[in-house]
Design a protein around this ligand. Sequence first.
Ligand SMILES: [Mn+2]
Length: 224
Amino acid sequence: MKREKGQERQRRQKRQRMLRKTVGSRGASRRSAVSRQTAETRVELRLNVDGSGRTKIETPIPFFSHMLDAFCRFANLDLELTAAGDVEIDQHHTVEDVALALGQALREALGERRGIRRAASASVPMDDALGFCAVDLSGRPFSVFDAKFGKERQGELELDLLPEFFRALANSSRANWHLRIEYGENEHHKVEALFKSAGSALGQAVARDGARAGAVPSTKGVLE
Ligand SMILES: [Mn+2]
């Protein structure tokens, strides 16, 4: 009786191993590390695309750090990021270079983008506000940003840098990012709903799609 149980367990474990191999749902974690230094900024990060939304984010702009955190949590990205920059001039270099480093890290972690879902969209509310994002990890950079703000800053973050952030992210991740704030009253909620929708869409797009069996999801056969 005991021996049968042991054999049964072994057979079950073998079936699970075969299933993982076939579906690819438990492949190696997709990770990357990026170090980016210019005369204006320094960004260091470590990314795990197959994470659980654990973050350690330090930038000189607390509200920006808060938004990156929300983005990662909704995408299930593990991210350790430290950024320093010439924010005494303004925040442009720092916000843009964080996006460039993050996009590069995504690109490197995803590699050939085999077996991923590739395109996804998400609407995420935050109380009065609704954010929307559609992303296609197509290998082609493009961003569309449709949002109006009632003030220049949220916290310390200069809000006119948000389209710059997503344009830089699109360029370096080589992906289409379409973002819209559908409506909302509170600026904090509007921006946070937007970052959450972006994270949620990305989390779905990078997910391994078992039906693809590891194939590159493109009619061209190449996605990088
Ligand atoms: Mn918040």
